[in-house]
Design a protein around this ligand. Structure first.
Ligand SMILES: Nc1ccn([C@@H]2O[C@H](COP(=O)(O)OP(=O)(O)OP(=O)(O)O)[C@@H](O)[C@H]2O)c(=O)n1
Ligand SMILES: C[C@](O)(CO)[C@H](O)COP(=O)(O)O
Length: 230
């Protein structure tokens, strides 16, 4: 089975507060982006992938993968979902409507092949996502009259999951779902949300909790630690 990764990497990493988009920050002996591309391009079922970059990304030529013909570059959009949709367009003529597309954040370098195996073995309609069961007691917050954030209520954590990536759907379904979601004007922060809006229920596949999305400064040290554990 050939799968088609689409890697959204057009973000600016504002929460990282770094001197460059977080995907180009050093990680181990490499960079966050190249670590993530290493994982995907070393997986047997991956022949090529789509990397969605910011328009005129000045950092891309610094990547070890710049000029690698396994990488198809697409241009990102205003939001993550726009970037993913642009990534799907880059597959026109290469992937068929029923081919599986695997969307994986460039900011998740700690993905393991064993989790990819779990996600892809037995893959079926309407698709599946990696997710990690919540471990902590979860609270819903609210702002009180004094402007303080207080506990509104405790959220039942039974069957409460952290959505991770990769998220896998057929090319045709994912394109339709994202286009419809965008047409509603509702902001979707992952691919599964758009598919759910069609009334479908993707599978939740339990994945490793160390498949973190590097988002804030402290996450980079965590990713370093997790990658050393390889
Ligand atoms: N318009 C956008 C916004 C985000 N992303 C990508 O979507 C993934 C998850 O987004 P996030 O972690 O929020 O990255 P940023 O948007 O860069 O971070 P921030 O929200 O802190 O600016 C990242 O790989 C990011 O590069 C993208 O391709 N296009
Ligand atoms: C897709 C995702 O990583 C699943 O948790 C997450 O929704 C991305 O959100 P972000 O705000 O774009 O980082």
């Amino acid at each position: 089975m050939t799968i088609w990764p689409v890697v959204p990497a057009a973000g600016i990493g504002s929460r990282m507060q770094a001197d460059r988009p977080k995907q180009y920050l050093p990680l181990g002996q490499s960079t966050l982006m190249d670590c993530t591309l290493d994982v995907l391009l070393s997986y047997p079922a991956v022949e090529k992938l789509v990397l969605v970059l910011a328009e005129q990304d000045p950092w891309w030529p610094s990547s070890r993968y710049f000029g690698d013909d396994r990488i198809l570059v697409a241009t990102g959009g205003a939001e993550r979902c726009d970037s993913v949709l642009n990534g799907l367009a880059a597959l026109h003529g290469l992937a068929g409507e029923s081919d599986w597309v695997l969307v994986h954040d460039v900011a998740r370098p700690c993905l393991r092949h064993a989790d990819l195996d779990r996600l892809l073995n037995g893959l079926a309609w309407p698709g599946a996502i990696l997710a990690s069961p919540t471990r902590d007691t979860m609270k819903r917050g609210e702002v009180n009259s004094r402007g303080e954030v207080v506990i509104a209520h405790t959220v039942d954590r039974d069957q409460l999951w952290h959505a991770l990536t990769p998220q896998v759907f057929s090319l045709g379904l994912l394109r339709e779902a994202l286009q419809r979601a965008l047409a509603t004007g509702k902001k979707v922060t992952d691919e599964a949300s758009a598919v759910e809006m069609l009334g479908l229920q993707p599978l939740l596949i339990a994945g490793r909790a160390d498949n973190i999305k590097v988002t804030r400064p402290e996450d980079l040290a965590l990713a370093e630690l997790f990658l050393q554990g390889d």
